[in-house]
Design a protein around this ligand. Structure first.
Ligand SMILES: Cc1ncc(COP(=O)(O)O)c(C=O)c1O
Length: 407
């Protein structure tokens, strides 16, 4: 079995090791929840303070022009685009993942009139399913159908399917889908493909453009370290932008927002997917984290992510848990999920020992691996702590079973 010294040697040779000091994490914590809420970049508080004190406090309304507030959704979108394989003018930062899915799914349905089905994965993160239900409810005769698994797609792709919504990485098991193959399969049936990249943006190089994706949505508070509730992004392939129309037709998507006309006329390009005034403080925090991300090589991030997850799987395999995450690299995102019938109290006991993961019902303990601020030695320590929690049975203590509102 690999030793801690061997892990320390891997850390000494790690090309991403220097990024660790760019994140502010409490001493003694092994943070394995960056797949849920990414860590705080050191520069973020200062950048947010600048925006609050200088741009808002002193410059006041002049900042809409002078500090470029108005263009911020486009600018941030342009900075995220290369991380997800999108081109110029194909990404904007705005709203939340759920709201953005509402917009792109409605646009997709309008691009496929006469087709009445939206396919989703029944095991997907539920907000995607709820939004599909909400959108289809607004289009007469349209329905949303849930697949038992993305593997069942072929049997459901008929000439009634307008759009398919899938998560690139499964939020529970960490399984990574084959974006290119699935997109091609969906489009061959005449439908449009919408990807939720919440669990892959910043975790691995995403290739929306070369995979031919039609639309995508994603959040920035997980692997992208934008902060709690930070603004999301959406992608619309350039080829759809002239015809795509979304129903949340607010003034930020208007061709002439400051002519205050009574009728809606969408602007050209990706801007027609904007709705409202951007949340500038959240966008400022995201900008600060992208300053860090722009210096990181996503291929190096992916390589380290796979070796960190390989290491963790090897270390926990002998324990009394079942590894739910695929072993094949091509099918693995950047998290490892372990099944245990008492996963909730086990995770709580681990958190008390300073190893932070989380739990998803009914029995999955989730551990996210974020190569910019996680070391091999920390992964070794986390696996050791898990072994001790399981062997000692301390998780059986009554206090570890009490559930908070957020698990
Ligand atoms: C796959 C996926 N989609 C969507 C969301 C949530 O979206 P929102 O930012 O709208 O709350 C999450 C949240 O964890 C998620 O994991």
């Amino acid at each position: 079995m690999i030793t801690r010294e061997e892990c320390e040697a891997l850390d000494a040779a790690d090309p991403l090791a220097a990024f660790r000091k760019e994140f502010s994490l409490p001493e003694g914590i092994v943070y394995l929840d960056g797949n849920s809420l990414g860590a705080l970049p050191v520069r973020t508080p200062e950048r947010v303070r600048e925006v609050v004190e200088a741009e808002w406090g002193r410059e006041l309304i002049r900042s809409w022009n002078d500090a470029g507030w108005f263009e911020q959704p486009y600018r941030l979108g342009g900075r995220i685009a290369p991380m997800i394989g999108a081109g110029d003018g194909e990404v904007v930062v705005c709203d939340t993942t759920s709201v953005n899915l509402f917009k792109v799914l409605a646009a997709a349905l309008r691009l496929r009139p006469g087709r009445r089905t939206v396919l989703g994965d029944g095991a997907a993160f539920p907000t995607d399913l709820y939004i599909a239900e909400g959108v289809t409810g607004l289009f007469d005769g349209t329905r949303s159908v849930l697949l038992p698994s993305p593997r069942e797609l072929a049997g459901h792709l008929d000439d009634q399917v307008a759009a398919v919504v899938l998560s690139h990485v499964d939020y529970r098991t960490g399984e990574l889908l084959d974006m290119a193959a699935i997109t091609a399969q969906v489009q061959a049936a005449g439908a449009l493909m919408i990807w939720d990249v919440c669990h892959s943006a910043g975790a691995l190089p995403v290739e929306l453009g070369s995979c031919g994706a039609d639309f995508a949505v994603g959040c920035t508070y997980k692997y992208l370290n934008g902060g709690p509730g930070s603004p999301a992004f959406l992608y619309v392939a350039g080829r759809h932008q002239a015809a795509a129309e979304q129903p949340l037709s607010g003034w930020f998507g208007h061709a002439r927002p400051f002519s205050f006309e009574p009728g809606y006329a969408p602007t050209d390009g990706i801007g027609r997917f904007l709705t409202s005034s951007p949340s500038l403080l959240g966008q400022a925090a995201l900008g600060a984290s992208l300053d860090v991300w722009e210096r990181a090589d996503l291929n190096a991030v992916r390589a380290k992510s796979l070796s960190l997850t390989d290491l963790f799987i090897t270390l926990v395999e002998p324990l009394d848990v079942e590894v739910a995450t695929p072993r094949e690299h091509a099918r693995r995102g950047s998290q490892v999920a372990l099944r245990h019938p008492d996963g909730y109290p086990v995770v709580q006991a681990l958190i008390e020992r300073g190893v932070i993961g989380d739990f998803r019902a009914p029995d999955l303990m989730r551990f996210g691996f974020t190569p910019l601020y996680l070391s091999y030695a920390q992964v070794w320590d986390a696996a050791g702590q898990l072994a001790e929690v399981l062997e000692s049975g301390e998780w059986r203590e009554e206090r570890f079973g009490r559930r908070g509102a957020v698990t």
